[in-house]
Design a binder for this molecule. Structure first.
Ligand code: B1M
Length: 214
């Protein structure tokens, strides 16, 4: 059994090489990818989040922890996206973090899992204004736009993006999904998003429902 507590600790300490090594070892032992992701990486990052909240950790430490998390995710990525290459895409999804917000780990995870489920993902990155979401949706004829926000100060911007899509004739029918730690279903309904993804697996389910309903 892999020592997930040790992976959590290395992630917390920002030891990217050790996280990379232990994640590889866990996979070599035959552990399922979702177990390694949840117990090794996401559990470690939630301790970082708690300590950040109570000023035990500060931005520089959280940045190195995020880098270690990304190192672990990079090892898992080929397994999460494995099936996508051989099949036609189920639909095209634009993924981005909204303007003013630099958090991208959750968005990247949703993107990887959706890619693994057969979606073509166009990741427009972090800190994205409404114009970029619209430009990408047009250029790639997207079926779905997925927005991420991790800050209570940036989540209202999702409404700005939704309103702009609804008011623009050629984009009005695009399905819009929202997610991120401070976002919940009530907020998603309030801003008239078409769907809310609580985590990566449920976001994939949501995207599948959205394309089959279209
Ligand atoms: Co930030 N940060 N941060 N941070 N940070 C939070 C979000 C915070 C909750 C920490 C805390 O106080 N406990 C807090 C926000 C408080 C609030 O708004 N109420 C906070 C703060 C305050 C800040 C700064 C303002 C700190 C400062 O400068 N004083 C600053 C803001 C910078 C900015 O964005 N303008 C800041 C900076 C940073 C770092 C750069 C250091 C770093 C980000 C690095 C990076 O992403 N590349 C960072 C980190 C790492 C965090 C925490 C610790 C971890 C976030 C994370 O990656 N979680 C976070 C604490 C926390 O969330 N508990 C925190 C792991 C990830 C897998 O989960 O992102 O929730 P999550 O994604 C999930 C779901 O939410 C969902 O699926 C994902 C997978 O399950 N999901 C979607 C996410 N996006 C989706 C989109 C979808 C669907 C589902 O579309 C359809």
């Amino acid at each position: 059994m892999p020592d997930y507590a040790l992976i959590n600790q290395y992630l917390y300490e920002g030891k990217a090489k050790d996280v990379d090594r232990l994640v590889r070892e866990a996979l070599d032992e035959g552990r399922p990818v979702d177990e390694v992701l949840n117990e090794g990486l996401i559990a470690g990052m939630s301790v970082v989040g708690e300590d950040f909240k109570y000023n035990v950790l500060y931005v520089p430490e959280v940045l190195v922890a995020a880098r270690a998390m990304k190192a672990g995710m990079a090892v898992l990525k080929p397994l999460l996206v494995a099936d996508a290459e051989n099949n036609p895409p189920r639909g095209t999804v634009i993924m981005g973090t909204v303007k003013g917000d630099l958090h991208d780990i959750g968005k990247n995870l949703v993107s990887m899992m959706a890619e693994g489920a057969g979606f073509k993902i166009i990741d427009i990155g972090v800190d994205q204004p409404v114009e970029k979401f619209m430009e990408a949706a047009r250029e790639h004829q997207a079926h779905i736009v997925g927005m991420s926000a991790l800050l209570t100060t940036t989540m209202p911007y999702m409404k700005t993006v939704i309103d702009a899509f609804r008011e623009t004739e050629d984009l009005a029918e695009t399905s819009i999904a929202v997610g991120g730690a401070p976002v919940n279903r009530m907020f998603a309904d309030e801003i008239e998003a078409d769907g809310y993804g609580a985590d990566a697996p449920s976001s994939v389910e949501l995207f599948l429902d959205m394309v089959s309903a279209a």
